[in-house]
Design a binder for this molecule. Structure first.
Ligand code: RB5
Length: 143
């Protein structure tokens, strides 16, 4: 699985933890920044990640900002992107089972690193159920 990850300054410490965690699991991760806690616009990083999931360069993406809200809004503007804001395990599970989410978004100022790593693992391991949920996904894209 090819994973692309990005954060703004507010999500930077958590992004580093998640990246190392994935690398320790043997997952290849492309990190598009940011690379420090200096202030940057979440929109720029969100676009970098979402565009590469939208065009199929990467299978999955992970985005982290302060709340996860801004990154979710940006990412979901890209065709084919189903970005799920999941700051808890149940949201992470259901976003995979029912929504086939392809970008996980978390809030670095909302949850701790331990929970974040559990959310990431759960999100990666939970399969999409398909069936009636596939029909619903196909109705998502407009315009
Ligand atoms: C940055 O201060 C903050 O606005 C950003 O990380 C994010 O929470 C936006 O939704």
């Amino acid at each position: 699985m090819r994973i692309i990850i990005g954060s703004d300054h507010a999500g930077y410490p958590m992004k580093e933890r998640v990246k190392v965690h994935l690398q320790n699991r043997g997952v290849q991760v492309e990190d598009v920044g940011t690379h420090s806690e200096e202030s940057v616009d979440y929109t720029d990083i969100g676009k970098k990640v979402a565009s590469k999931v939208s065009d199929g360069t990467f299978d999955r993406g992970i985005l982290i900002c302060g709340t996860g809200l801004g990154m979710s809004m940006v990412a979901n503007r890209f065709r084919g992107v189903r970005a799920a804001l999941a700051n808890d395990l149940f949201s992470a599970i259901m976003s995979r089972r029912h929504n086939d989410s392809n970008i996980l978004v978390m809030g670095g100022r909302l949850i701790g690193d331990t929970l974040a790593l559990q959310v990431v693992d759960t999100w990666l391991e939970t399969p999409f159920e398909g069936g009636r949920h596939q029909r619903r996904l196909e109705k998502m894209d407009v315009g």
